[in-house]
Unconditional design. Structure first.
Length: 346
């Protein structure tokens, strides 16, 4: 008797087709899934013939992504509760709705390994585009693996967009962090401030480092002392802790604090008030991003305005374009408010 111990035969895979046709898996995928990427006609014919001989049926979702017809865009953010990322998400959603796309969101709020894990999962779900928003972190140890995951996804027909520093070889929407911080420093000098502290995250966080360095550069040549630097978390809690430490140290030599994002600045203002120090009167406070709540706190927060919704919109527009390594630079501008009132010049 034959076949008593034979199980059901496994269906042929794309690798089987590629081997039968004598081409790469990527070429076989493009030939069968109707990608707009060029495939030589003789190779396409061999692939289709091999698929017919083997009885291979292309994966429907793979066909969809290669043809650019999936209707989902995946957005990866660091913290869904952070107004910075919620504003970006609003822009992504608005632009996606215009093209009848559906936005899904994943939160990579842990170590860089979490971001890599999420991207690997998203590859399997085959969205039309993956948009990754958030500061790049130097020395994370996952950079090469992340690039490889995103390249494989792009080879399959997907689009990769970053809202961050120009660090990975994919289309990127960048924000003028350094230039905005330089302009803030000069604006504060212009209204009479001379002695500063900077609340910043570890130097490995690129956004924080660019803003810190930009602020120091904006003070260069003015004759004022180097600002006191206090390292803390890139969060509201981090801002609170830095302000508490400054008060405990004594802030007689500090006239204004620059926190490298608005949520840190809001946390700092709360800590100052808790210590009996009045922001905008006893000490100036400035942030960066100009989130919506910057005008709701008391006193209203001086900040550097970033077009966060526009960043989300531009990311979707890049996803719908064919430029795989385009860079869109978004400008910033300073908004002075009551948290840094003018000081008398000496």
């Amino acid at each position: 008797m034959t076949g008593m111990h034979d199980g059901p035969k496994s269906p042929p895979t794309l690798h089987d087709v590629a081997r039968e046709a004598g081409v790469s898996v990527a070429t076989a995928s493009r030939a069968l899934n109707g990608s707009s990427r060029n495939v030589r006609s003789e190779n396409a014919s061999r692939v289709r013939a091999a698929a017919a001989r083997l009885g291979y049926e292309p994966h429907l979702s793979a066909q969809a992504i290669a043809k650019g017809s999936t209707r989902t865009v995946a957005l990866v953010v660091r913290d869904v509760a952070d107004p910075y990322f919620s504003a970006i998400a609003a822009g992504v959603t608005r632009a996606a709705e215009t093209d009848r796309l559906i936005v899904t969101m994943a939160v990579a709020d842990g170590p860089p390994e979490r971001e890599l894990e999420i991207v690997r999962t998203l590859r399997g779900q085959r969205p039309r585009a993956i948009i990754v928003a958030g500061s790049r972190v130097d020395g994370a140890g996952t950079r090469d693996a992340l690039i490889e995951e995103l390249r494989q996804y792009r080879t399959a027909g997907g689009r990769v967009i970053l809202i961050s520093q120009r660090d990975l070889p994919f289309a990127t929407v960048t924000i003028d962090n350094r230039g905005g911080a330089e302009r803030l420093a000069r604006a504060l000098l212009g209204v009479g401030y001379r002695r500063f502290a900077v609340f910043h995250a570890p130097a490995s966080v690129r956004t924080s480092r660019d803003r810190h360095e930009g602020f120091v550069a904006g003070l260069c040549g003015s004759g004022v002392p180097e600002p006191l630097a206090i390292e803390t978390g890139f969060t509201r809690e981090g801002g609170y802790e830095a302000a508490r430490r400054l008060v405990e140290r004594g802030f007689e030599d500090v006239e204004a604090v620059f926190a490298v994002n608005d949520v840190m600045a809001v946390g700092a203002m709360t800590a100052f008030r808790d210590a009996g120090v009045v922001p905008g009167a006893d000490i100036g406070v400035a942030g960066f991003d100009d989130i919506a709540s910057a005008v709701d706190v008391v006193p209203a927060l001086t900040s550097v305005a970033v077009p966060l919704r526009e960043a989300g919109v531009r990311a979707v527009l890049l996803a719908l374009s064919h430029d795989e390594e385009a860079v869109v630079d978004l400008p910033t501008h300073v908004v002075l408010r009551a948290s840094t009132p003018g000081r008398p010049t000496r």
